[in-house]
Design a protein around this ligand. Sequence first.
Ligand code: 5GP
Ligand code: MG
Length: 193
Amino acid sequence: MQVLLTPDQIHKRIEEMAHEIAVDFGNEPITLIGILNGSLMFMADLLRELKMPTRIGFLRASSYRGTATRPGTLDILPGLVPDVAGRHVILLDDILDTARTLSGVVEFLQSLSPASLKVGVLLRKRGRQEVPFEPDYTGFEIPDLFVIGYGLDFNDDYRQLSCIGVLDEANIDQAHHPEVISKAVHIVSLTTE
Ligand code: 5GP
Ligand code: MG
């Protein structure tokens, strides 16, 4: 695995993003809504940097890109979204790729009549976007690579890494094996100091 962003780089940038949010909202109460599972780490670390009254909520969104379903179909499970009517909402996701997920979720959240709705993404992939969309807060722009760690998965593994990395092509076939995962965890521990 190649490390693309170290834990330190991620944390510094999240502190800056919290500052950008503070500039926009001052002491106004806000609600962060995270898209599960990928936004978990980003949400937890950003939340700790915010000083205004902050509520949280989550939803799940899965887009189906297979041939069996219509491309762009988005399934939203809003079970953990609190009442956001009249509240300032910031929607968070780990990564903006085609932008289909976020534009669908934004449409859904607008229907709940928030006072305002902004969007924050930790990563934005260059050259992949299929629908027009501009996040209000972006952590890092990255090249068109499949990334893992810090909430991002490969077949539901690797979310626990505290860095963001790229899997070696050579390891893709056995990428879900425990020894490959523990090697990745070890590489991250070396980059933490
Ligand atoms: P979009 O709808 O913007 O194409 O897709 C966003 C979702 O696709 C993200 O929330 C994430 O779950 C997934 N995704 C897109 N690119 C990557 C990537 O490089 N790595 C991982 N692990 N997930 C990705
Ligand atoms: Mg996701």
